[in-house]
Design a protein around this ligand. Structure first.
Ligand code: SF4
Length: 344
């Protein structure tokens, strides 16, 4: 693959100075790669610094309290990532003397570490020649080879991985993987608008030669998201809302939530929901709508918000404190319509 040298030269001159690029420490690289999977680079910078201040090494992460971990992750979403970080840290402490394994195959056996993360950690921290194939790399490869195969197909991903494994430079696999990702993130960008005029590998790009780059990559048709309607209760005491813990399985498992129930209740049914739990509404009632989109499901929420008093809070209910992590899907329900610019 003749494009490798121009790509690496370009990367050496143009790589963004990102905090996790200043280190070869496997722990730090692993944390950054997990955070970056679903979150924008700019947002990750803040979370990365705060996370490392609280958990500077794998021992601190293995021992962190679950609520403190969720609080560190609050706003990043996909909380399973945080839970798996802690699980993996515990395995690394108990089975690998506190050092992330130096083999991508062993890394792959750890909770939350898939082929991409194993490749990134192994190549960047340990210089092991193994590809790290994320969405950026799949897009670049589809365009470079003018390949119309759907990039979300597992066989296509494996083919791309095999091709890269065969050709990647064995002396600098970490730089090569990062260069591919950087090209995808900053030059060969998605949504039909690659910056081919400044691309270091344009001379080797088949889709540019064929004028097909705007139509690539191809993705399979997605299943439509499931819509779930629910009613969410913001029941406050001196402005502080009641929360309870979610079941330990499924979406947002074990995290805190505002009390809710399936379906869109009428105002009478909402008042009955509170009354049935021993509550008395003591302030103005506000009802508004909120919407939150997860990967496979969309919540359409009717929010009932009011000051309420309880002689005794129902089992499992408590008032929100600054130590509780409240997922964004519920946190947006705390914003009243005026503050949020109307129902969403
Ligand atoms: Fe992407 Fe254009 Fe570069 Fe090809 S020439 S790799 S389409 S930016």
């Amino acid at each position: 693959m003749n494009f490798i040298e121009p790509l690496l030269n370009w990367y050496r001159k143009n790589a963004r100075a990102l905090p996790w690029r200043k280190t070869r420490d496997a722990y730090r690289i692993w944390i950054s790669e997990i955070m970056l999977q679903q979150t924008r680079v700019e947002a990750v910078k803040f979370y990365y610094a705060r996370f490392l201040a609280a958990c500077p090494d794998v021992y601190a992460l293995a021992a962190i309290d679950d609520d403190a971990l969720n609080k560190l992750w609050e706003g990043l979403g996909y909380y399973t990532r945080a839970r798996n970080l802690k699980k993996t840290a515990q395995v690394v402490v108990s089975e690998f003397d506190g050092v992330l394994p130096k083999s991508d195959e062993t890394l792959l056996t750890l909770p939350g570490i898939g082929a991409y993360t194993a490749g990134a950690v192994a190549s960047i921290a340990y210089n092991i020649p193994v590809p790290a194939v994320d969405g950026n790399v799949l897009r670049v490869m589809a365009r470079l080879f003018d390949d119309p195969a759907p990039i979300d197909d597992a066989h296509v991903k494996q083919r791309v991985r095999d091709t890269l494994l065969l050709h990647m430079p064995k002396d600098c696999p970490g730089a090569f993987n990062q260069a591919m990702m950087e090209l995808g993130a900053t030059v060969c960008v998605p949504n039909g608008a690659p910056h081919c005029d400044v691309c270091p590998v344009s001379a080797f790009c088949l889709s540019k030669q064929n004028g097909t780059q705007d139509a690539l990559p191809v993705k399979s048709a997605k299943k439509p998201r499931r819509i779930e309607e629910k009613t969410v209760f913001v029941l406050t005491k001196n402005g502080c809302p009641v929360v309870c813990q979610r079941p330990d399985r499924g979406l947002l498992a074990s995290l805190f939530q505002l009390p809710d129930t399936a379906g869109r209740l009428s105002p009478e049914q909402m008042a009955a929901f509170v009354g049935d739990r021993g509550g008395h509404i003591t302030g103005e009632i506000r009802i508004y709508d909120r919407r939150h989109i997860f990967t496979h499901v969309e919540w359409r929420m009717r929010v009932f918000s009011a000051e309420a008093s309880f002689s005794v809070l129902p089992d499992g209910w408590q008032y929100l404190t600054e130590n509780h992590a409240l997922p964004t899907a519920y946190r947006i329900c705390l914003d009243e319509p005026e503050a949020a610019g109307g129902a969403t």
